[in-house]
Design a protein around this ligand. Structure first.
Ligand code: AMP
Length: 371
């Protein structure tokens, strides 16, 4: 068990690292982050920052040497560098989880082997394999790069043979996956934490609305029947055990008209759709991650209040700053990023509410998120 006063090292210094570090400070931990940007969001609140690229082996070795437990805030961590230091520092999450979740094909194959439902999928290396795969899977389908894609980048939705020509970019990676299109009614996600002792704790189901493939709003509890929520949570607990999880994991899912649930993606870290838990739950996703990697016992999570979370991207910052004077009850988070670029995640707002529909209307009525 990692003790209070010991040091947590975080690879990556974005907002997820920042919220992990803030939570760690509450419990008396020390935090060192590794990130190339001086004064990055997590660097602003950590005890120290090593300024270096994520794949800088020397810098990762230095981090490993200076901390008691090592974690990461995104999945694109350099696996080789992490494996290299694995025998020198405690990395509770291990490297297997990362290796599975870094690659869509490995991830979906793992889920299928664990008996969990996913969209139909096939590995596709080139145009010939793509043509064969669409014959099996049918249209509509979506072709994705196996690695490196995020928020809809590296994906092409295919409606007919005419769309096959659009796939050259993705096929040039030589490593793609074709998935059947799930006609989902809604998208949701569940955060789950597990520690070294195998204790598991699961968060409520979040309903997620995306704009331009980027998370826009999360609504908790999701507007689906309670037994579907329970079904989703059971699936997620099954994933946590099957993958021998230590730490927090975000599981993204589709729910269709018939109440069928498909797991789409795993995120081996805190997730944007779990930010609501800071104010709406008795323990946040960040607190659970820190407890889990320190092998502290895990509590049963209580949702204290229904909640809506809305993301603040670069184009929303000016509007949101003016809103602060008008919304006394809203929790405004800002990650302290230097530059407010279009579609860059700059902060979020958490709104505890007794009337979700009314709150959604209130958000719409600000017109800040119209574009
Ligand atoms: P992903 O990068 O896999 O999370 O995909 C980004 C978004 O594309 C998802 O949030 C969905 O809205 C949509 N999407 C991806 N894969 C599928 C699929 N197989 N069926 C339906 N929608 C999908």
């Amino acid at each position: 068990m990692i003790q209070q006063g010991q040091i947590i090292g975080i690879v990556g210094g974005g907002q997820l690292g920042q919220m992990l570090a803030l939570d760690a400070k509450y419990t008396g931990m020390k935090v060192i982050v590794l990130d190339p940007t001086p004064g990055c969001p997590a660097g602003q609140v950590a005890d120290d920052q090593i300024i270096a690229e994520y794949d800088d082996v020397k810098a990762i070795e230095e981090l490993a040497q200076r901390v008691d437990v090592l974690t990461y805030e995104f999945e694109n961590v350099d696996l080789t560098a992490l494996r290299d230091v694995a025998n020198r520092v405690y990395i509770p999450q291990g490297t297997n989880l990362l290796s599975i979740t870094k690659n869509r094909l490995r991830e979906k194959t793992f889920l299928r082997n664990a008996g969990l439902n996913t969209a139909p999928f096939m590995a596709v290396k080139d145009r010939t394999e793509l043509e064969q795969a669409v014959k099996v899977i049918g249209y509509p389908a979506v072709l994705k790069t196996c690695e490196g894609g995020y928020d809809g980048h590296g994906q092409e939705v295919l409606h007919s043979d005419a769309d096959l020509t659009k796939c050259e970019g993705i096929l040039s990676t030589g490593n793609a996956i074709l998935e059947g299109w799930v006609p989902f009614k809604l998208e949701c996600s569940v955060m789950v934490g597990r520690n070294e002792d195998g204790e598991v704790t699961v968060f409520p189901v979040s309903e997620n609305i995306h704009h331009d493939e980027i998370l826009h709003i999360s609504i908790v509890p999701a507007r689906i029947l309670p037994d579907l929520q329970e079904k989703a949570k059971k699936m997620v607990v099954k994933v946590a055990h099957a993958i021998n999880l230590r730490g927090i994991l975000g599981v993204e899912m589709f729910v269709d008209e018939n109440g069928e649930i498909y797991i789409n993606e795993l995120a081996p870290r805190p997730h944007n759709s779990g930010h609501y838990s800071i104010e709406a739950c008795d323990f946040s996703q960040f607190a659970i991650h820190n407890r889990a990697i320190c092998n502290w016992p895990l509590p049963k999570i209580k949702l204290l209040h229904s909640v809506v979370m809305v993301n603040v991207l670069g184009q929303h910052v000016d509007g949101v700053r003016k809103l602060i004077a008008k919304k006394a009850g809203w929790h405004f988070h800002d990650y302290g990023k230097a530059e407010a670029r279009y579609n860059r995640k700059m902060g979020h707002i958490t709104i505890l509410t007794d009337d979700i529909e009314k709150t959604l209307t209130e958000i719409n009525d600000t017109h800040i998120w119209d574009k």
